[in-house]
Structures are given as C-alpha cells and as structure tokens.
Design a protein around this ligand. Structure first.
Ligand SMILES: [Zn+2]
Length: 245
C-alpha cells in the first residue's frame, strides 16, 4: 500500500493532486466525425480529470462530455475559444521532429529532416534519406510514406496556471515555418513567457480557382509573465521578481 499522510485524511481537498501523466489535458484543433478527421474553428480540450474539464468549460465555453478513446483523456470540451492566453516556460517547451507513425502507434521514421534522431532507433545519427525540398517532403507525407512535422507545445493557462500543464501536438507545416521565430522569441524572454495560442483562419484561392480555408495553430510570444500571474504561480515568482533590464 502506498504511504500517505494522515493530515490529509480529514481534509482530502488539501492533498496535492498527483497525475499519472505530466499533462492534465490536451488542446486539439480537430476531431473525428464518422471516422474522418475534421478541423475545428475553436479549441477542443481533452482531459481525464473532471475538475479540469469543468474549469476549462468555465473559462472557454462548452460542456465536458465523454468521447470515444482508449487513452486517459476520456473527456472532451468543445470550447468557443479560438484564442487562449498561455504561459510557455521556454524554448524547450516547443519541440520539433519529423515523424511517420506505424500501425503500432510508434514512429517508424523519426528524424530532424536530415538524420534519424530517435535514441531507441539503431539508425540514430545516420542520414534518414528524406527529400531535400519542402515540396517533396509534403508530397511524401501526403502519400503516407514520408514523415511530417511532429511538434509539441507545452504550456499552462494564463487564466488558471495552477490547473496544470497542457499540451498541443500539431503536424502543421505552417507551424513548422514559424517555429524558429518562436524559439528565438522565447529565448529572448529568458523565462516563462506570456503567449497567445490561437487557431488562425487561413483563406486562399488555388491557381485553379478553388477556395481553400483551414485553421492553423499560431503561438505568439508577448513577453515575460506579468506580476499578477506570477503571484498565482509561486514557481514563477523568482523570475518575475527579477528587475526587468
Ligand atoms: Zn527523415
């Protein structure tokens, strides 16, 4: 039996929460309808914690409901918000690799675009053979034999930082184009940064005259987390108390 502190027995709400995952929830830009992936115009947040479901529904709209998944995050909230203020701890909280997933759900090709980078892959460090141009990479990914961007953003909600850590996973090529700027800006902030995470509308017409619209995830870095958010988040206090040079 796990050791417990009896001081919490009569006051269970005071007991710090322990999550089996480092993340309390995921932001998603789409959902599956009749087995087909469909893009959404507002964030869909999934979680395994009913308290988190309630909290994000209060903040961003929607109702926590169950959805079909074999994973831990069995509740979803279809929010009304396409724009959310978040706190990103630094450049390491935004990761990038190229990945092609196999039937087992594990990557069969994980690279940085040039070399294999998965340390569990015996081919690590060797040239991965991906094509050189973006156009060819996209074509390979679309055909299902080449990897596509496998990007993760870790963040807390500026509206309720104590709720815990959330994650967005995105395969967006548009996000890939923005990632060097995002890293540079987060580096410049030098600590937890206040950012806006949004699902931005993209509209254009193809050369053959077809109207295309979709949403792309965008992370805008504003600057250091302001004092009031720091007050609600003791772990950030040492950063916000430093004089702004
Ligand atoms: Zn590759």
């Amino acid at each position: 039996m796990a050791r417990t502190l009896r001081v919490f027995d009569n006051d269970p709400s005071a007991r710090p929460k322990v999550y089996s995952s480092d993340f309390v929830g995921r932001f998603r830009a789409g959902q599956k309808l009749n087995g087909r992936p469909v893009g959404l115009s507002a964030w869909r947040i999934t979680t395994g914690d009913p308290e988190v479901g309630k909290a994000v529904a209060n903040l961003y709209g929607g109702i926590p409901q169950s959805w079909e998944t074999t994973k831990e995050d069995s509740l979803e909230v279809l929010t009304d918000a396409d724009t959310v203020k978040v706190i990103v701890d630094g450049p390491d909280a935004v990761s990038f690799r190229m990945a092609l997933y196999g039937m087992t759900g594990k990557p069969i090709h994980a690279c940085d675009g040039v070399e294999f980078i998965d340390t569990e892959d015996p081919r690590v460090g060797q040239p991965c053979g991906c094509p050189q141009t973006l156009q060819e990479r996209k074509a390979g990914a679309k055909a299902g034999h080449g990897p596509k961007p496998d990007q993760r953003i870790e963040f807390r909600l500026a509206d309720d930082p104590e709720l815990g850590r959330f994650r967005l996973m995105t395969g967006s090529w548009d996000f890939m184009k923005s990632i060097e700027t995002v890293w540079r800006e987060l580096e410049a902030v030098g600590g937890p940064a206040l950012c806006t995470l949004k699902l931005e509308l993209v509209e254009f017409q193809t050369k053959s005259g077809v109207d295309v619209t979709y949403r792309k995830p965008v992370l805008q870095v504003h600057g250091r987390v302001p004092q009031d958010v720091g007050a609600a988040l003791p772990s950030l206090a040492k950063h916000v108390e430093e004089p702004p040079f």
